[in-house]
Design a protein. Structure first.
Length: 202
């Protein structure tokens, strides 16, 4: 039991104490996020992450003892960013029609996934998924709350269904790697479909 606790503690990422260390960690995380989006989590090696960040492999392992710990740190940071953006959108869209909220939501998520292309894929990584599940639930609750504050408001069951559907729809264009024009067109088609659906129900 004691050895298991010691092992878990040893695998915990180290927090940088100085500004130089924080900048180094940020560079390592940016390098990993770029490679995860380009090659996928499984195909990316820690050696590649370090080389891409122009850092020593020992430095990478000092802050992130495993590739999973590195992915978790990136995902948690990105999840906080999208959560903050959803909170701002919620304040801005109170009292708007459901279709207008859908339009703004797709624009927000589309822009976010363009700049954070590995985000959705990292939510599905194998292993202990409890913390990732918590991230998905938080995002779903935020999207559901958006439509619950619309005018007219969606009923709670429909708002929750929409909150489940939207992230799944956003996965479709992510599969179109390297096809920006087509991907952007697909996002627009999905946005128009949801808007039409919500307008028909109002």
């Amino acid at each position: 039991m004691a050895s298991e606790k010691a092992s878990a503690k040893a695998l915990k990422p180290r927090r940088p104490q100085q500004e130089r260390g924080r900048l180094r960690v940020a560079a390592l995380m940016a390098s990993a996020a770029e490679l995860f989006a380009e090659k996928g989590f499984e195909a990316t090696t820690m050696t590649e992450v370090a080389a891409n960040a122009c850092a020593a492999i020992g430095t990478l392992y000092l802050f992130f003892p495993t590739k999973e710990a590195l992915a978790e740190a990136i995902l948690r940071e990105q999840a906080e960013e999208i959560s903050s953006q959803l909170d701002c959108l919620s304040e801005r869209m109170v009292g708007h029609a459901p279709a207008a909220i859908a339009d703004a939501l797709f624009a927000l998520l589309g822009d976010f996934l363009k700049t954070h292309p590995a985000y959705s894929a990292m939510l599905d990584l194998p292993g202990d998924a409890s913390w990732r599940r918590a991230i998905r639930i938080r995002r779903r609750n935020q999207i559901s709350a958006l439509f619950a504050r619309a005018e007219p408001a969606l009923n709670p069951e429909q708002a929750e269904r929409i909150a489940v559907i939207v992230p799944q729809l956003m996965r479709i264009p992510l599969a179109l790697t390297g096809e920006k024009r087509l991907r952007d067109g697909v996002v627009d088609e999905l946005r128009q479909m949801l808007k039409a659906h919500l307008e028909a129900g109002s």
